[in-house]
Design a binder for this molecule. Sequence first.
Ligand SMILES: NC(=O)c1ccc[n+]([C@@H]2O[C@H](COP(=O)([O-])OP(=O)(O)OC[C@H]3O[C@@H](n4cnc5c(N)ncnc54)[C@H](O)[C@@H]3O)[C@@H](O)[C@H]2O)c1
Ligand SMILES: [Zn+2]
Length: 350
Amino acid sequence: MRRVTVTASRTYDILIGRGLINDAGKWIAQAVKPCQAALITDDIVDGLYGGTVERSLKENGFGVHKFVFPNGEQSKTWQVLGEMLEFMAGEQLTRGDIVVALGGGVTGDMAGFAAAVYARGIRFVQIPTTLLAAVDSSVGGKTAVDLKAAKNMAGAFCQPSQVLIDCDVLEKLPDELVGDGAAEIIKYGVLADRDLFETMRRGRLMENLEDIVEKCVTIKRDVVAEDEFDNGARQCLNLGHTLGHAVEKNSNFTLTHGKGVSVGMMLIARAAWKKGYSEENLVPAIEEAVRAYGLPTKTDYSPEELARVALVDKKRRGGEITLVVPKRIGKCDLIKVPVGELAGWAAQED
Ligand SMILES: NC(=O)c1ccc[n+]([C@@H]2O[C@H](COP(=O)([O-])OP(=O)(O)OC[C@H]3O[C@@H](n4cnc5c(N)ncnc54)[C@H](O)[C@@H]3O)[C@@H](O)[C@H]2O)c1
Ligand SMILES: [Zn+2]
């Protein structure tokens, strides 16, 4: 088992290994004394792992109060969050109790938010069951629900007390969910780690799963330690996301997040090369990497459409937008661009 320690407003361990979910209660008891646990999960994950985690928590002295919601982004709302909080109150959870988030990013973000606000804040543990949640959303303490105007528009920074990543769970994921996580992993490679990028480019994710998960959470850990509240350096994690999110939104979220990020990275790499920001043309390398996981490289939306949608993004500050621009594999810069120039960064061809 590997252990990555995050030092932020709360210090906690990310445990990465095989079969961890079977002993979830034992691992959690290392971070949190046995107490009452609100086990929060969606219907799909409940069917796969709910029973295992519940049993292990009980065997290790935790009381379990399970809350299951319908899977998918459409559940990431105030309404479901409210039901979750009312459930916790109905079960009489107190300040000393915990939330266990078992599932993908939707579960982690929403259960984390519930923990952040219930009784003015209780502790929570993340057990990510998607690759995206393992390498990205479960680490770093951003919690949220969606508003009608924008995704993740209401939330709180709240660090978990522990993250348990079971690579046996990740290995069994369907291809589409592997692709979504792969897009984020390729992003980490482009941002900070050439070896990681090359491993992904060769399609060797599954053979190196534990190494790769450890590298990604370590990169994210370091970024979060520098800028927990997202005022500067943490923005680099948005590589491919400004335009990628616009692609996702324009498709009415029929395209998954990873697919949007994949196209977003391609667009920004192409523009960065054409505008002279990159030291080499990264488009062919990124294209090869994303293709290895069945991710798209192009979109039918026009640059103007993408720019318009991207500018509703909450990361916009005043008349400028911050873009993450790749210089070479392993090194990206943050640059500020006037909003009127954004479409020029979203062109697919000459
Ligand atoms: N907090 C952050 O820093 C952060 C970062 C990135 C993304 N996010 C958020 O994460 C969410 C996306 O995450 P996601 O893709 O994990 O979404 P998700 O939680 O909706 O999971 C995707 C689907 O996979 C299913 N699933 C989960 N685990 C499974 C398993 N082991 N086997 C089979 N099916 C499984 C779920 O039931 C769901 O239908 C978005 O809401 C996004 O905003 C947050
Ligand atoms: Zn992302």
